[in-house]
Design a protein around this ligand. Structure first.
Ligand SMILES: Nc1ncnc2c1ncn2[C@@H]1O[C@H](COP(=O)(O)OP(=O)(O)OP(=O)(O)O)[C@@H](O)[C@H]1O
Ligand SMILES: [Mg+2]
Length: 645
């Protein structure tokens, strides 16, 4: 052979003369028949000294092991191809020889041309087999090493191979499930159907094309389900379908994050829209709430006077008044309810608060429990367990209280009334590490199925009957907790109960407690109050609310400015922030230049839809502000704080 290295041949033959003859023939053909062995042991010894390219093996040889057994040992140990060269062609021998998978079978006497072609074919085949084995090993190693999960099935859809990633994602052992139908092991739910009606692997086999599934739920027996993304493809070799392969990966964390972002985006845009609507609603609402407060008080006074007169004529008037008072109370509570919804919606668009406040979590819990005690009494026992040495949280106490009230009310509403001894709501708080505090609200109520749990943070999602809930509670809680830089998670089991866990950041240590707000009762007699608002009706509401003060009202900021420029002094300046022409900010800035002490007396009033400039301004300015619509008491408190700090 041209350009080919000399092939080495080991002859195993116990008849010396035949062996020598063969050796000569081989040499004549250009082979290096470097050794002759007459027994199995000798053959193994020779091969281990120098591994031949091919072995020519007689079947009947000396010793305990015959040529077939020897061939098996040589093949196994050295991977060398064996060609039998024998005088025996009986069926039994051929049958046995066949089982040892020889690379050739020649009958003596053999012609040199036959010998040569048999040797060449044997070496070529052995070489191909070796390469094939190497490639298989390479593929298997690759499949085992890649980070995606891989599963192979045969034509019937039964598992033939799984890599370690697939084993660990599914939670099974490859050896144990080999041969089982893939659809029983890789149990998928797509779009909520259980099990998936047409398994991707079955489809790939049937349709002979790749099938991609962007998102499926992988059910696992011992662990919670995972969200996977997968693709299945048929394995086709030279037009022949051999099976199918599926590659999949765990995308649970990625999808959870995507869903959170999606929800966050939706809440933010809803908040932006709500802020716009709020602007339009809050001024008229300020009239409704403020006038109701005034009317209730005025009608109350009138009623007291009539009661004092105590005549038949007044009795009739009192009855009419009582009805009017009831209507007015309904108007007021309706107005407050609208105000709460609008303010809840606005919470979504609020930027994360910069904290800056230190809140005693135990006190917020205590307040929330007290506030909800009516709701609870007939439903469950309440247990509070807040570690006494809890650090303060860097959150707004009122807003944290609002979250806790929402969670406790939800917990109470998940429990049917009537069996308070058998049900429990537990609120616990503990520090988790140095930076966060975890607060848990746990109930023994009805729990939630996964499809409800998946939607609870969506605004307006509620399972309560019409009029029972707006479905804003949890989305607001979610927004508030996120604005604290914390998070809100839920675990629930139908029939067992629900656990809401919120984490909030710990406040950095500080010096002393701030002053507690004092109750407001003092009248404003003798105090000068300037009110600036472009809405006449709002001015009227404020005039009534602060009627014990000395009020000057202006519908335009420029008029107020001129008054102040002229040297007038006010104890409090209530000023709308957003006004056409000169805004509250403009007034503040111009005052700062000429009457800084009066600029410091301003309380801003806001009705939502803040421009970026206004929002920034409110964040940085030291003056306080009240949101419209305000209750009379809130407005009076704010004024009181400025008059008597
Ligand atoms: N502790 C709980 N146990 C069982 N289901 C709950 C629990 N908390 C919330 N849910 C479910 O989540 C839904 C949404 O709650 P969310 O507080 O956002 O709105 P709501 O309570 O229905 O109405 P709203 O709070 O506005 O009065 C509820 O309707 C209820 O199905
Ligand atoms: Mg609720």
């Amino acid at each position: 052979m041209v350009n080919q290295k000399t092939r080495s041949v080991l002859i195993v033959e116990d008849e010396r003369i035949v062996a020598k003859d063969l050796q000569e023939t081989l040499a004549g053909l250009g082979y290096d028949a470097f050794a002759i062995a007459s027994s199995a042991d000798e053959a193994i010894l020779r091969a281990s000294d120098r591994c031949p390219d091919v072995v020519l093996m007689d079947i009947r040889i000396k010793g305990k092991r015959d040529g077939i057994e020897t061939a098996e040992v040589l093949k196994q140990r050295f991977g060398v191809p064996v060609v039998y060269l024998t005088a025996h062609a009986d069926d039994a021998t051929i049958e046995r020889a066949k089982l040892s998978e020889p690379h050739g079978y020649l009958l003596k006497p053999v012609k040199s041309a036959e010998l040569r072609s048999a040797i060449e074919v044997a070496i070529y085949r052995a070489d191909m087999e070796k390469r094939l084995r190497e490639r298989e090993r390479w593929y298997a190693t690759t499949l085992r090493s890649i980070s995606d999960a891989v599963m192979l099935v045969d034509l019937a859809g039964n598992i033939t191979f799984m890599n370690p990633v697939a084993e660990s994602l599914i939670g099974v052992n490859a050896a144990e499930v080999r041969g089982r139908p893939a659809r029983d092991v890789l149990r998928l739910r797509i779009d909520g159907s259980t099990p998936v009606p047409d398994h991707p692997l079955d489809r790939a086999l049937r349709e002979r094309r790749a099938v991609e599934v962007r998102e499926a739920t992988l059910e696992r027996s011992r662990e919670p389900p995972l969200i996977i993304s997968d693709s299945a493809a048929p394995v086709i070799d030279d037009g022949e379908l051999l099976g199918a392969v599926m590659v999949f990966r765990d995308v649970t964390a990625q999808r959870t994050l995507e869903k959170q972002l999606e929800l966050h985006d939706r809440l933010t845009s809803l908040g932006t829209m709500a802020a716009g609507v709020a602007h339009e609603i809050n001024n008229p609402l300020a009239m409704v709430v403020g006038n109701s407060d005034y009317l209730l008080e005025a009608l109350g006074r009138l009623r007291a006077e009539l009661v004092e007169q105590n005549s038949a004529a007044t009795a009739k008037a009192i009855a009419v008044l009582d009805e009017a008072l009831e209507c007015e109370r309904d108007v007021r509570s309706g107005g407050l309810r609208i105000a709460r919804i609008v303010s809840d919606l606005r919470a979504f668009s609020r930027p994360p608060s910069d904290g800056g406040v230190e809140t005693n979590v135990a006190r917020a819990i205590e307040w929330a429990v007290r506030t909800t005690s009516n709701e609870l009494r007939h439903r469950a026992r309440m247990t509070v367990d807040a570690a006494p040495d809890l650090p303060e949280a860097k959150v707004d106490e009122t807003r944290l209280g609002q979250v806790l009230v929402n969670l406790i009310v939800n917990a109470a509403q998940a429990i049917d009334p009537g069996h308070p001894a058998e049900n429990e709501i537990t609120v616990t708080a503990r520090a988790t590490g140095a930076r966060t505090i975890a607060i848990e609200v746990r109930d023994t109520g009805c729990g939630m199925p996964p499809e409800v749990m998946a939607r609870i943070f969506e605004p307006f999602f509620t399972t309560k009957k019409v009029g029972g809930g707006t479905g804003l509670g949890l989305s607001v809680c979610h927004g508030i907790v996120r604005s604290f830089g914390g998070n809100l998670q839920v675990e629930s089991q139908v029939g067992k109960g629900t656990l809401f866990r919120l984490t909030v950041p710990v406040a950095p240590p500080r010096g002393s407690d701030g002053p507690a707000p004092s109750p407001v009762t003092r009248p404003f007699r003798g105090h000068r109050i300037l009110v600036v608002d472009d809405e006449e009706a709002v001015l009227r509401v404020i005039r009534r609310a602060l009627d014990d003060g000395e009020l000057v009202c202006k519908a335009r900021a420029i008029e107020a400015f001129e008054l102040l420029q002229g040297g007038e002094i006010f104890d409090v300046i209530l000023c709308d922030l957003m006004m056409p022409q000169m805004s509250g900010i403009d007034l503040y800035e111009r005052l700062l230049a000429i009457r800084p002490e009066q600029a410091g007396r301003i309380i801003f009033m806001t009705g939502g839809a803040l421009t970026d400039r206004a929002a920034d301004f409110l964040r940085t300015v030291l003056n306080s502000h009240v949101d419209k619509p305000f209750q009379v008491s809130t407005l009076r408190e704010a004024v009181q704080r400025l008059i008597k700090p």
